[in-house]
Design a protein around this ligand. Structure first.
Ligand code: SF4
Length: 355
C-alpha cells in the first residue's frame, strides 16, 4: 500500500472543521445560483450537504446578496465561505453575518486601510481568509513583469497577497492557485508549497463539462495529491455542483486518501463478456447512489479477471456461461441466471449496508 508523506501545512479552523496540519482533505463546492434566488439557493445548499459537500462557497457580488446570507448560513451545518471581489464593505458585512470564511483577492480590495479593515473583522470573528489567485485575473503589474499568466506569475501574485495579510499579523490563510491549464496549475502549486506552509485549496479552474472536466481535474488534482499537496479540493465543472462533490470524493478515494460511500468496480467488457454488463452496471450504480456504507462492488463480465476482482470486493459478480457467480466478502455464494443477478446483488448490498 502506498504511504503518503503529506506536505506539512499549518492547521487553520474553518467553522467546525480544521484544515491543513494533516487533517482529512475536504471536498468543497460552490453554489451555482445567486443568493437572491433564495429558495433555489437554499435547496442547492442543502442538496450539496446531503451528498457530502464539506465546505460551501457562494458568491456575494453586490449588496443585494447581503440580506440572504444569514438564512443560507443557517440552512446547512457545513462551513460556508463568502466569495468577494472589489468591495471591502461586502467582506466585512459577510463576516458579520456569520460566514465561516472569506475568499478574496486582497489585491482587488483596494487601499491598505481597506485590507486592514477586512483583516481586523476576520480576526475579531476568528475566521480564515482564502487568497484565491486565478490565472485569468492576475493584476496588470504582475502580467507586465512575467509577460504571461504562467506559474511564476501566479506564485508571485499569491506571495504578494500573502504579504498584504501578514503585514497585519494575520496568518489564518489558505491559498489557491487556479488555472485552466493543468500543467501550469501543477507547477504553480509545487512552487508555492516549497516556500510557504499555509494550507492549499486545490482546483483546476474552468475545467469544462463533466466528462472533460473530470479528466482534467483528476489529472491535475491527482498528481498534486499524490505528491502530498492539498488540504481542500474543488472539482470545477460546467454542470450540477453535486457532480463536483461526487467526482471530488472519487478522486480522493482513487488515491486512498478518503473513504466516502461505495466504490463500484466494473469491467469495460470485451469479446469475452458472457453477461449483459452495461444495464446491470447502470442498475447497480443507481442502487449504490442511495448507499452510505464504504462497500466495494465488482461487476465483471467473464472468468478472465472476473473471479479475482469479484473475490477482492465486498460483493462481486463474475460472469460465466449463462450465469454469474456471486461472491460476498470473498466467498463464492452461488451461480445465478442473468435474470436473478440484479435481485441477488440488491439483497447483498442492502444486507451489508445495514451492518
Ligand atoms: S473481465 Fe472479461 S469481459 Fe470484462 S473486460 Fe475483462 S476479459 Fe473482457
Amino acid at each position: 500500500m502506498f504511504v503518503y508523506t503529506r506536505n506539512e501545512t499549518k492547521p487553520i479552523r474553518l467553522g467546525n472543521v480544521v484544515l491543513g496540519g494533516g487533517n482529512p482533505i475536504r471536498v468543497q463546492s460552490m453554489l451555482k445560483v445567486p443568493l437572491t434566488a433564495e429558495k433555489r439557493a437554499l435547496q442547492q445548499a442543502q442538496k450539496l450537504e446531503s451528498v457530502g459537500c464539506e465546505i460551501l462557497r457562494f458568491a456575494v457580488p453586490d449588496k443585494n446578496s447581503l440580506p440572504y446570507i444569514n438564512s443560507l448560513v443557517a440552512s446547512v451545518s457545513i462551513p460556508t465561505i463568502a466569495d468577494i471581489h472589489f468591495d471591502y464593505r461586502l467582506a466585512v458585512a459577510a463576516i458579520e453575518k456569520g460566514v465561516a470564511g472569506l475568499r478574496i483577492n486582497p489585491g482587488n480590495i483596494g487601499s491598505t486601510d481597506r485590507i486592514r479593515t477586512v483583516v481586523e473583522a476576520a480576526k475579531a470573528h476568528q475566521i480564515p481568509i482564502r487568497i484565491g489567485v486565478n490565472a485569468g485575473s492576475l493584476d496588470k503589474e504582475i502580467l507586465k513583469k512575467f509577460k504571461e499568466p504562467n506559474a511564476e506569475a501566479m506564485v508571485s501574485s499569491a506571495f504578494k497577497h500573502i504579504r498584504l495579510l501578514e503585514q497585519f499579523h494575520f496568518d489564518q490563510i489558505k491559498i489557491s492557485l487556479k488555472a485552466s491549464s493543468v500543467t501550469t496549475t501543477i507547477e504553480a502549486y509545487k512552487r508555492l508549497a516549497s516556500i510557504v506552509d499555509y494550507p492549499l485549496h486545490l482546483g483546476i479552474t474552468e475545467a469544462g463539462p463533466p466528462g472533460i472536466g473530470t479528466a482534467r481535474s483528476a489529472v491535475g488534482l491527482g498528481i498534486l495529491l499524490h505528491e502530498g499537496l492539498g488540504d481542500t479540493i474543488r472539482v470545477s465543472l460546467t454542470g450540477p455542483p453535486e457532480e463536483e462533490v461526487k467526482i471530488g470524493f472519487e478522486i480522493l478515494k482513487a488515491l486512498g486518501l478518503r473513504s466516502h460511500g461505495p466504490t463500484l468496480i466494473s469491467c469495460p467488457t470485451c469479446g469475452r463478456c458472457q453477461i449483459d454488463i452495461l444495464p446491470l452496471v447502470r442498475e447497480v450504480e443507481n442502487i449504490l447512489a442511495a448507499v452510505s456504507a464504504d462497500l466495494s462492488v465488482a461487476v465483471m463480465g467473464c472468468v478472465v479477471n472476473g473471479p479475482g476482482e469479484a473475490r477482492e470486493a465486498d460483493i462481486g459478480i463474475a460472469g460465466g456461461k449463462n450465469n454469474g457467480l456471486l461472491f460476498i466478502k470473498g466467498k463464492p455464494i452461488g451461480k445465478y441466471p442473468p435474470s436473478e443477478l440484479l435481485p441477488m446483488l440488491l439483497k447483498a448490498i442492502n444486507d451489508l449496508n445495514k451492518e
